[in-house]
Design a protein around this ligand. Sequence first.
Ligand code: ADP
Ligand code: ZN
Length: 744
Amino acid sequence: MNDAPKVAEVILEVSVQKALDYSIPEELISKINVGTWVEVPLRSRLSRGFVVQLKKSSSFPTLHPIARALSDGPVITEDLFRLALWMASYYGTPIEKVLKTMLPSGVRKAIGVRKQYLVKRAKTREELSLLYQELAPKAPQQAKILELLLPTKKGILLSELLEQGECHPSSVKALVEKGCLTLDLVRSQDSLVTGESYFTTPPKNLREEQVIALSSIISSLHENRFSVKLLYGVTGSGKTEVFIQAIETCLKQGKGALVLVPEIALTTQTIQRFKSRFTIPIAVLHHRLSDGERHEAWTAIRTQGARIVIGARSAVFCPLPNLGLIIVDEEHEHSYKQTEDSPSYHARDVAVMRGKLTQATVVLGSATPSLESFYNAKIGKYELLTLNERSGSAVIPEVHIVDMRREYDKAKGFTLFSDLLLSKVDERRKKGEQAMLFLNRRGFHTTSTCTECGKVLMCSRCECALTFHKLHNLLSCHLCGYDCAPPAICPHCRKPSLIRYGGIGTEKVEAALYKIFPDIRVLRADADSTKHKGSLERILNDFRTGKADVLVGTQMIAKGLHFPEVTLVGILNCDTTLNIPDFRAQESVFQLITQVAGRSGRGITKGEVVLQTSIPDHPTILAASRQDYPSFYAEETEIRKTFFFPPYNHILKFVFSGVDQKAVEESARSWSEALQKQLPSQFICHPALPCGHPKVNDRWRYQCLVRGPSVTFVTALSEKLNKELKIPSTVAYFCDVDPISTFF
Ligand code: ADP
Ligand code: ZN
């Protein structure tokens, strides 16, 4: 016992730059380990923190003792802690910030709270509504509690209720005693096991190429050795089926499986596919979970109550012990990247690193892999597994490229739909098949111009044109969310003006369809129509069950959805994205067209795609129309190589922002100059420039790019520069490692 470490290094939740030493009191020795959450004194208050190391002694003569152990065991596993250290160095972020990212606030807050209670309604909504009105004037706390409980289905965790309602437990108790509410002790797996149940469906007989892919994954699982497989398979080729069967093997080995999907794909459809194949509980982590639900899910995962976890970006940090398999579906998806805050991590890259630290098998799946991943497969860092065919009778859809310049000539001006697209929509409608129309802009009109002075109406807080939304008769800014009624007087020339609207959004497409086909049934899926919880699910479900002929939507409908009745996809316009001065513009457009086109003809009937463009000869559009990833890859990597862009180099983007434009610009400039001076010649440092959106929410944004062979070299240097250059406190600084975009 005398050999036991007496000192713990603790990283605090409040921002203290380095770990602090604390002594471990005798009675806590058995409870304190690396990863334990503890309460420690700091400046005469108690703070919470995380033990990062145990030591025999400290170089400081007098130490404060740890006050309390908040968690029973480590809150994050050792592999996660090592992952955090790697992230801190790679993404140039202080370790405490990384740990905060790893542990969601709901989980941090609930640590140390031993028992969780679920509060449920014991009377009907009507009865409680009446009671609410009665209580509101005399017992506001009890009324508040009822208000929070009325809309819930399954109830609320007590801790959450108390926090949200800012009320005292005695108010809850009073309502329980009146027989209005019940209070039940929660066992950690409850919320996972209850909920909907699904019919179990048997595994499919795999096609030969699926068998080859699966056996490669399985043999690596059996070897318990880290390896990364890139499962490149056209849309509908049965990648998900391979994932599911790989997970079955992983579970048989007694190990856990983690499946990452883009947030948008976390629909009932995806979950249902998994749930109908496994009888054990699956933990689903999506961003709409409440703090309490998240905490419950984490507890279940940590205690192996759930051995399959499906989740979006941050699920890569879930504390699943004994990890065997990590799947990253749609690995090219940009939503895996955290772009606005440090650490600017990419969940795919973090997944690969986590696999390396745990000797797990990592499978990246995509029909349009990121150039980085395909490159890694080409140079042998990853193993390439290919699925060339669609499952069953489904074949790759036929793509018609329509030259919109001719359509404009024919129509003597702008037209939204080509003749071909209209005739095909009509044909589908008559046959009772379905169509999807895709446009990357929401709203009704995308620009509004004063007819007096010709100036475009802009957001007052951002450098951004306002979009007109007809339903609510509002002009809105898609960057900051500001909105207003269309002004009667032009803000530029101060004259009473008529507004001329231009540009097309999804709302307009929907309206135009009704005008042309009065009895057509249209559903629309975009950020406006899916604001409320569950609304996207409802729209997709209505579409799936045949309640509409056409689904109009943005990116939202491009990915991963499976509607067997859809035999036509129209892509109205994707040229605008091609013209953005960004190194990834071509790649994004290629991915988008291929993914959207992949929604067509997933059932028995062959699908068609109508692609409207004003640049029909563009190589990216041609390659995408053939779903020809290899030739796109060959062409695009040639360009990337010539200009030293990823995958041949890394990029770091330093973003400076603040209200004072001069201070922001000055900080970016001095940063760029200092980097230029101190970086070796293999690094290319760009001069400071305004970002693609130079002003958002009254804050100016400038950036400085660095390209080079090593990330950590630059992040280490920038840590030093940060101390030397003394950026004014009014200017925020953010380092985006391996950015998605060099423009925005
Ligand atoms: P992907 O994930 O590559 O888009 P999916 O796994 O969604 O493809 O497969 C598309 C459809 O084909 C699904 O309905 C799936 O159930 C079915 N499917 C997959 N593999 C097979 C197979 N070997 N035999 C029959 N149907 C299959
Ligand atoms: Zn704005």
